[in-house]
Design a protein around this ligand. Structure first.
Ligand code: ADP
Ligand code: MG
Length: 423
């Protein structure tokens, strides 16, 4: 995939209507009160919006929020599948479920942050949106309703994409968290408008794309998290690119068991043992250094207050489970990243949510903070871990897209990036 894409700086937007796809899928209070509990994603969109406004563009922003079900019939079907009594499923309740996923609170918060009014449309491509978009002037902001209120959104329906495109003259994509999805608002619209990236996507492409396509070597990949099965694509792709691969987290126990180790009650994916051995062989054949834990911190239960002990890898007693990498492994891994040119990290080294088992993850984060390497963190939980442990500002780049960054590291084509104009 070509990561070198045109950006907002490469097009003339003065006096033009710009359709801007943002990621305003912010967490909201569970009580339906419309209170945004974390506005990080709205703040992250400000540089691109402000730039467009400064250039004199009329900004028509759009985003999805949550997973609304766009028709009453499919909502009834989904709720029934979840075990709800069909007799209680009224049209009123469905509408309420939609109202809770309205972007109205986002318009209000965005307006506060920008210090100017953000006009809210009552729909996505309906009469209200069309009229408000037509009346919008340079320097003004309109926010369309939740794109997933349209059933054509997730189906990438060309009619919906065209209707959205018809309101604008340029398309700017800045929703990195959604670029792995080929939806009408993330990819379809680019068929009908000149399409470029905003600053958020540009940064992700520069850092992750740069690390994958042209890394400063040696390139060390640290892979952890819970399961081998969810990281196969990443391991596979990075085996082609990296000089060293470090394995930690729950997935390490499948590698250990595959080599005949005893893993007790640790996370184990029997079906992926053969694959793990294949990966070890593949690394050997390619001359990639593959590091596996040499010791492990195991616990007598999966709990923050569990009793724990350090044992040699592959020698976990019955009834115990590995929840973190051990101190010797920490030393080995920290040494391995010391002289790296680039480090890509996806997946915590242990159950970092429990402070007693966060030491491995913390030590690796600390080691990264001390290297001169370009350090790139991908994956939702990994980003959360680095933030929670206080190392966020010490990393070169923390990706804002969980699923998107994972697919990026898998080397997959991202529809929301592929559709943008090449630079
Ligand atoms: P990311 O979201 O960064 O891609 P994952 O979702 O793959 O990361 O994995 C994160 C989860 O893995 C965390 O919730 C963490 O508790 C869990 N995890 C890490 N090590 C272990 C382990 N040894 N046993 C069980 N779970 C683990
Ligand atoms: Mg995760």
């Amino acid at each position: 995939m070509n990561y070198n894409k045109k950006t907002v700086r490469d097009v003339d937007v003065a006096g033009k209507k710009v359709l801007l796809r943002c990621d305003f899928n912010v967490p909201m209070a569970k009580d339906g009160s419309g209170v945004i509990t974390d506005d990080k994603r709205i703040r992250a969109a400000l540089p691109t919006i402000q730039y467009l406004l400064d250039q004199g563009a009329a900004v028509i922003a759009c985003s999805h929020m949550g997973k609304p079900v766009a028709t009453f019939d499919s909502w009834v079907k989904k709720q029934t599948e979840k075990g709800k009594d069909p007799a209680t499923l009224t049209e009123e309740k469905w509408k309420k479920s939609l109202a809770e996923l309205s972007l109205k609170p986002v318009a209000k918060r965005l307006g506060e942050l920008l210090g100017k009014e953000v006009v809210m449309a009552a729909d996505v491509v309906g009469e209200d949106a069309k009229a408000k978009a037509a009346a919008l002037k340079g320097g003004e902001v309109l926010l369309l309703e939740n794109t997933r209120f349209e059933k054509g959104e997730t189906k990438n329906d060309p009619a919906l994409a065209k209707a959205m495109a018809d309101m604008a003259e340029v398309y700017v994509s800045d929703a990195f968290g959604a670029v792995h999805r080929a939806h009408a608002s993330t990819a379809g619209v680019a068929e009908y408008l000149p399409a470029v990236s905003g600053f958020l996507i540009q940064k992700e492409l520069d850092f992750i794309g740069g690390a994958l396509a042209n890394p400063k070597r040696p390139l060390v990949a640290i892979l952890g998290g819970s399961k081998v099965s969810s990281k196969i694509g990443v391991i596979n792709n990075l085996l082609e690119i990296a000089d060293t691969i470090i394995i930690g987290g729950g997935m390490a126990y499948t590698f250990s068991a595959a080599q005949g180790g005893k893993v007790g009650n640790s996370l184990l994916e029997e079906d992926w043992k053969a694959y793990s051995l294949e990966m070890i062989e593949k690394a050997k054949a390619k001359g990639v250094k593959l590091l596996l834990p040499i010791d492990t911190v195991c616990a007598d239960k999966f709990a923050p207050d569990a009793n724990s002990q350090v044992v040699t890898a592959g020698q976990i007693p019955d009834g115990w489970e590995g929840l973190d990498i051990g101190p010797k492994t920490v030393e080995l891994y920290c040494e391995a990243v010391k002289d790296a040119g680039t480090v890509i990290w996806n997946g915590p080294m242990g159950v970092f949510e429990f402070p007693a088992f966060a030491k491995g993850t913390e030590a690796v984060a600390e080691a990264l903070s001390k290297t001169d390497a370009i350090t790139i963190i991908g994956g939702g939980d990994s980003a959360a871990a680095v933030q929670q442990l206080g190392y966020a500002d010490k990393m070169t780049h923390i990706s804002t897209g969980g699923g998107a960054s994972l697919e990026f590291m898998e080397g997959k084509e991202l529809p929301g990036v592929a559709c943008l104009l090449d630079a």
